[in-house]
Structure formats: C-alpha cells, structure tokens
Design a binder for this molecule. Sequence first.
Ligand SMILES: *Cc1c(COP(=O)(O)O)cnc(C)c1O
Length: 390
Amino acid sequence: MTVNYKPGRHFLQIPGPTNVPEGVIRAMAQPVIDHRGPSFPDLTKGILEKLKPVFNTTSQIFIYPSSGTGGWECALLNVLSPGDKVLAFETGHFATLWKKIAEQLDLNVLWIPGDWRHGADPSLLEEKLGEDSKHEIKAVLVVHNETSTGVTSRIPKLREAIDTVKHPALFMVDTVSSLACSEFKHDAWGVDVTVSASQKGLMLPPGLSFNAASEKALEKSKNSKSKHSYWHWDAMMEDNARGYFPYTPGTNLLYGLDEALNLLHAEGMNNVIARHARLSEATRIAVAGWGLENLCMNPEEYSNSLTAVMVPEGYDADALRKIILERFNMSLGTGLGKLKGVVFRIGHLGDFNELMLAGTLSGVEMGLSLANIPHKKGGVDAAMEFLAAQ
Ligand SMILES: *Cc1c(COP(=O)(O)O)cnc(C)c1O
C-alpha cells in the first residue's frame, strides 16, 4: 500500500522556492478585484513604496508577472541593443543561464570563466575593463548570490573596480536569491539594473519578477534597439505612476507581496539580514562539524541564503537527498549542471528560524548516517551551541 499522507509539515529546504508564511498565503486567498478599478492604485502604490527599502533605492522598480528568467530578459532588452558587447562571469549555473539568454538576444558576451567555487573577481573585472579603452563593453552582468554554488559575489568591490578604470558600462546584478537575505544597496552600490524574483527571500510563490533601474539605465533604455513589447519599461512606468499596469498584473501575488513586505518591515530589514547571517553561520558550523566541505572556497563570499555541501568522492549527493526526502519528508536542493551528484544544497533563506534550521540540520545528519556517507557526528550539536550563544 502506498502511503499518501505524511503527517507533520514538509521541510522545503531547497534554496527557492522557499516556505511561504501563512499570513502571505491567507492574503493571497482574497477575492480577485478589478485591476482597473478604483481601489487598485492603493495596492500598487503601497507595494512600490515598500519595495524601495528592500532594494535600497529611490529609483524606479518594475514588477512583472513572470519567473526570474523573465526579469533577466527584461533587463537586457530594455537597456541593450543587438550586437552590444557585455561582460559576464561564469560563477555557476545561473550565471550561465543568464549568459545564454544574452546570446539568444544577439548580445556579444565576453565570458570570464570560473571554477564555480568563487564569486566574480574584482581585479579581473578591473583588468578586462581597463583593456577596453574604446568602451565597447556596454554592460557588466553579475549574479549576486549564485544559487547553484552558495557563493555571493562582492558587489561593492566590483563597483569599485568599474570606477577605478572609469568605465561607463552599465552594472547589472541578479539578486534573485540574495534580496532580503544579504545586504544589497541598489543606489549606494551604483547598480544600474537589479533583477529579482518573488520566490526566494521575498517569501512568495514563484510568479513575479522585478527590475530596479537607475537614472542612467532609464536614460539608456530610450535608445535600446532591441525588439520587445511585453517587457517595455516605458509603458509600465506610465501606468504605474497612476497605480495601474499596462496589462493584467498577478493580482493575488500582489496581495501576497504586499503582506510579505509588511512582514519584512515589521521585522526590520537589518534584522532580516542579520537573521540570515546567523542561520547561515550555524549551517556552516554544522557542515564543518560533519567534516564535510563547503563548495564556497572564500569565507568573504559565503552565502547567507544557502550552503552547497560537497559529499566525499565516490558518494552520490542525490542518493542522500532521496533518503532524506523519503525518510524525513525534507527536500534539499540538487546539484545543478556540473555539480549534479557532487553537492546537495541546504536552503536557509526566507521565512525561516532557529528551530526550523535545527530540524533541517538534524535531517541532514540522520541522512548522512543512513546513506553511509563518511562523516563525523556532532555537527547539529555544534550548530545548536552557536545558536544558543547568540
Ligand atoms: C532562482 C533564480 C533565478 C531564476 O529563476 P526562475 O526559475 O526563472 O524564477 C535566477 N537567478 C538566480 C540567482 C536564481 O536563484
């Protein structure tokens, strides 16, 4: 007989989509309203205001009914033209996907290879931009938190590198899995286009993507020769100013977004980031306690959002994940691309706290035993000791 009811809560510990708070689920369960009616502008305008301190910008933020991938495409189409040269770093699977989109849009990608264990290298950026005396490179593309590897690139250092050589390229950053998890300052860090999505740190189901655009990016968008329609910032800006959208928005996801933003601000953005830092450190302490290796090699680039844990050679991370799912009803992230079977990823982002982390780490430690993966005991104990001392 197949067991088709698993009592207790499923542990969704993949690094996105993340757990959605009950208040957000309830907010989304409201009846749909007329998106051209008189009460819609209050919702739109409220959301756009509450988003600003999350991106740390006073500039324009766009909301699209799409996955994060749409947000990538939207950003490229609005500010670049076919044939434009862009520089991008191979930090992992997501950076590679963004590059592929750029190529499909006929952009000319200068690809900086990487080992998937480090973030984008500021000195390499300075060197490459320094060589580009004719300013042919129109944009630099960086994934802030590489969700496939658990490595967070240092955006302020990369900005510094661009400024050192006084290069005018637009700075475009994917914050899909870092927004509301790690510190991020669109304005102060001189980011021109920030791409994000709903289903990671923002604690919503998938279905919304975001672009935040600097004045410089808005200016550039006037001269873009890329063909596009759905993604036009212009039309969005015009309608948003009155509290509306150029086409039907994801009404109920917007209800959810409004509530998720209320929750983030009630906790306080600084506290949200500090909580992610604390829980991610506890996770790394557990991993070290097990004697396993963190894929991320540079402590300055440890991710607040997830930890990618390497299994010893000859062992299969997916076999471990399967045992943990079947025995303990917990989903962990699989290894993506060339990391398949090599790592499992523990998501510790979004609506998440100490006891959820303790449960998550306990599931991993029990799974390691059941999968006969060589490891030391006591990882969970060490993490609990750390958390209790905070
Ligand atoms: C999840 C994710 C995306 C995009 O995802 P969609 O599946 O299109 O929503 C993009 N970049 C990063 C870094 C991500 O983690």
